[in-house]
Design a protein around this ligand. Structure first.
Ligand code: FMN
Length: 191
């Protein structure tokens, strides 16, 4: 498929068929997300492909984060609008558990040039989040590769709101990426 057509047709998907994704496509998507430019060739991005165990861990941690967000809302006596946002963003998070494939995009703990300059008083504040930028490159690469295989996907950062300590194996979690074959929801009948 032509590259510009891929860019044109790309869109996020939040509902997937049960059909599993061919292993060769999953591996190509993983490779596209890993073979990316990184600052000072740090190769700091690690992508975790979720199996049953990881799914269970993340799901449980998110559920308790959601409960505690609602409790905090109650304590703060914040506006109803805030509670609605807590609920909405949770819905915009947990559909990822129904996707045939779910990746966690993480960054290895390391000392970047920014950290070195900061520690030594060369700069007063961190100017950029290189890991977040690199994760974005990885995510876009995977998104377009998925499209090329006729798959649909979604990038997610909302789940991070519900994770108390967004780390896995000591690595910082930056985003989630789910994909599969799109579920075509029939249009609601007009009456
Ligand atoms: C950094 C980033 C984080 C996102 N996080 C979420 C998310 O947590 N949940 C979700 O449903 N969509 C998420 N999205 C998808 C956006 O909502 C989506 O790209 C936007 O609404 C435009 O729609 P489109 O991708 O179909 O063009 C995210 C997109 C980006 C780039």
């Amino acid at each position: 498929m032509e590259f510009f057509q891929l860019l044109e047709q790309r869109s996020s998907c939040r509902s997937y068929q049960r059909k599993s994704v061919e292993e060769s496509s999953v591996q190509k998507i993983l490779s596209a997300g890993s073979k990316i430019p990184t600052p000072s060739n740090a190769k700091q991005i690690e992508i975790i492909r979720c199996g049953e165990t990881e799914l269970e861990i993340v799901k449980n941690r998110m559920e308790s984060g959601y409960e505690s967000a609602l409790l905090k809302w109650e304590k703060q006596e914040a506006a109803k609008k805030v509670r609605n946002r807590i609920r909405n963003y949770y819905r915009f998070s947990n559909f990822m558990f129904e996707a045939p494939e779910l990746f966690i995009i993480t960054a290895k703990e390391r000392k970047s040039i920014s950290d070195l300059f900061l520690e030594n008083g060369i700069i007063e504040e961190k100017k950029i989040d290189e890991d977040a930028i690199t994760a974005g490159i990885s995510l876009m690469s995977m998104t377009l590769t998925a499209e090329a295989f006729g798959l649909k996907s979604c990038i997610l950062t909302a789940p991070l709101f519900y994770l108390e300590n967004p780390k896995i194996d000591g690595n910082r979690i930056l985003a989630f990426f789910c994909f599969g074959y799109e579920q075509n929801i029939p249009p609601t009948a007009k009456i």
